[in-house]
Design a protein around this ligand. Structure first.
Ligand code: 9G3
Length: 567
């Protein structure tokens, strides 16, 4: 390709609304352009990277028996009504109405569609197992799209669905995909960890997330040398020490605590440690308001709450909803005297004596509150977020944590969709059996952004060779110098003959501009043709991953480049 007619609109400065390094660099290097909030153009360089990632994904899916198909993006509401999910995602689902006033959505995922298709086309055990996948745009109307391609409202996903006769078949599919994903992310050059994740509302369904390590990742991964690795949302916390019993339960008292609206303020005002206070939080669980108690110095773990109180949507409750059950303000909420609201408490709360909590009255707290005596709960459960002090759930050692971006997920669905949509098959004895399903997603566009998050420096992107838009950029110092251009053109032709993807920067620009663009765009190899190329038959050869460049004979540089790129 020649830079002189390539659409690569590089920018000198970071666009104002680019809120993470991958968004900044992909915009500045001319890979993407924003069309509207959370909606992007992939410019030619960006499309080339996407295609590279998709090719790797296809090869690995096909290697594990995947058959590629393509399903509609526009999905009828009927199937989602049958599975009960039409109302489950609220405003996040892009809904559209057709000219006959029928309701559809723009597909956020395809469990309903693929199960309905298989229900219609597969009836015999002889047709199983099946692994069907597509690579296509998905639509989710994120409340706050951000981080460029990482949390956009339209994104490219590979979604594969497996159909097996029984749980054993599903298990085989699950671990095949686990291996396929490991291959995909290794081949893309990503630093990632497969981690145990939350099976969601479908109970004990097994799932792993493939998390690309990155500081701006929205997931926190807890991991240990013993091999334990999990999304912190599901990391179990150790049972607390039983209460010593040598602290007598004192009489509960209401105390005036003006302006003490936070745990820190209350513990400072009353001169008690935050570990002697409890946090009272209210959640909207679908239509129901529930209350959750954790020790004052802890964070509540929503995923764990959702496990003890299964619901479709769990959000922090709005103040007016809380005001209906307590007449106090937000700064002094507590469990004492709460009526007709379910209270779930973390295990640590049960072991607390003479604790401090809000009195459900503005500017008042209770002291010497004792669980069981002064308030009742539905039950005590592990509801808190694990901390770095907590031991590894597997081996008890100290854990580490890192932030990461979820780029893939493997999921056992079991019979949830096949039951709901009647995906059944006849076994050897002509008996009707229900299929066992799994679903497996890779964020293709998100993987591109994750690679930039992981591989960049002050000059720009550093593409892994396997997904770079081009392998090499050939930079003639002066496009006006016919000798240099002839050498550059010859090099361009010779490299392409060997299957190397080459960008020729034939623009009539100063060398500095060409070098800056080459580093910003992030080609793995830069070959500079200058005066010495004619006089001494040498070129400058520079790897994007190295600071220094080296002088290489023209007669050797093609072989050297081919060896590097295809190694
Ligand atoms: C929706 C909306 C958002 C959603 C879903 C449905 C996430 C939804 C979970 C999955 C599970 C797997 C196949 C590929 C791998 C992940 N967000 N999920 O089902 F209607 Cl608006 O998508 N699907």
């Amino acid at each position: 390709m020649r830079m002189s007619n390539a659409l690569i609109p590089t920018l000198r400065d970071n666009p104002a609304d680019a809120d993470t390094v991958s968004a900044q660099l992909l915009l500045r290097a001319g890979f993407i352009r924003k069309s509207a909030a959370g909606l992007y153009h992939y410019l030619p360089l960006g499309k080339r990277v996407l295609s590279k990632i998709e090719t790797i994904v296809r090869e690995e899916m096909d290697a594990f028996g995947g058959q590629e198909l393509l399903m509609p993006i526009v999905q009828s509401a009927d199937l989602w009504l049958q599975t009960g999910r039409w109302h489950a995602y609220g405003p996040e689902m892009f809904k559209v109405t057709d000219r006959h006033d029928r309701q559809f959505c723009l597909g956020p995922t395809h469990e309903e569609l693929i199960t309905d298709l298989v229900h219609s086309e597969v009836t015999s055990y002889r047709q199983l197992p099946l692994r069907l996948y597509q690579i296509q745009n998905k639509y989710r109307d994120e409340k706050r799209p951000r981080f460029g391609l990482i949390r956009s409202r339209e994104f490219i996903m590979k979604d594969l669905y497996s159909f097996d006769r029984d749980p054993e078949g599903l298990d085989k599919a699950y671990w095949d995909m686990y291996q396929a994903y490991t291959n995909v992310f290794n081949r893309c050059g990503l630093k990632f960890r497969p981690i145990e994740a939350d099976g969601g509302a479908i109970g004990d369904s097994q799932t792993h997330e493939f998390t690309a390590l990155a500081e701006i990742g929205e997931n926190t991964v807890v991991f240990c040398d013993c091999g334990y690795a999990a999304n912190i949302e599901i990391a179990p916390c150790p049972a607390p020490q039983p209460k010593s019993g040598n602290e007598a339960e004192l009489a509960m008292e209401k105390v005036y605590t003006p302006d003490a609206k936070t745990i820190e303020a209350v513990s400072a005002f009353l001169n008690v440690s935050a570990t002697k206070t409890i946090k009272t939080l209210f959640f909207q669980a679908d239509e129901e308001l529930i209350c959750v108690l954790v020790r004052g110095d802890r964070e509540v773990n929503d995923v764990k709450v959702q496990r003890v109180h299964p619901c479709l949507a769990l959000e922090m409750a709005e103040e007016d909803a809380v005001a209906k059950v307590v007449n106090g303000g937000f700064g002094s909420l507590g469990p004492v005297g709460l009526a007709n609201v379910k209270i779930y408490a973390d295990l640590e709360v049960e072991q607390m004596t003479n604790l401090v909590c809000g009195a459900n009255e503005e500017a008042y707290h209770f002291i010497n509150v004792n669980p069981g005596r002064d308030f009742q709960v539905e039950g005590y459960y592990d509801l808190r977020m694990m901390t770095e002090e907590d031991p590894c759930p597997k081996c008890g050692q100290k854990t580490d944590s890192a932030r990461g971006i979820e780029v893939g997920q493997v999921f056992k669905l079991g019979t949830k969709y096949s039951e709901a949509l009647g995906a059944k098959y006849l076994d050897e004895n002509g008996k009707e059996q229900v299929m066992h399903m799994g679903c497996y997603g890779i964020g293709v566009s998100r993987t591109m952004a994750a690679a930039v998050e992981q591989y960049n420096d002050e000059n720009g992107i550093i593409w892994p060779k396997s997904i770079a838009p081009y392998h090499v950029v050939v930079v003639p110092i002066s496009a006006k110098d016919e000798t240099q251009m002839a050498i550059a053109e010859q090099l361009y032709a010779d490299l392409q003959k060997r299957g190397v993807e080459v960008m020729l920067d034939d623009r009539n620009e100063r060398p500095g501009v060409k070098f800056k663009d080459a580093d910003l765009i992030g080609y793995p190899v830069r070959i500079t043709v200058g005066k010495k190329s004619a006089e001494e038959g040498t070129v400058e050869y520079k790897l994007r991953t190295e600071a220094e460049n080296e002088v290489v004979a023209l007669s050797e540089v093609v072989e050297k480049t081919v060896a590097y790129i295809f190694s």
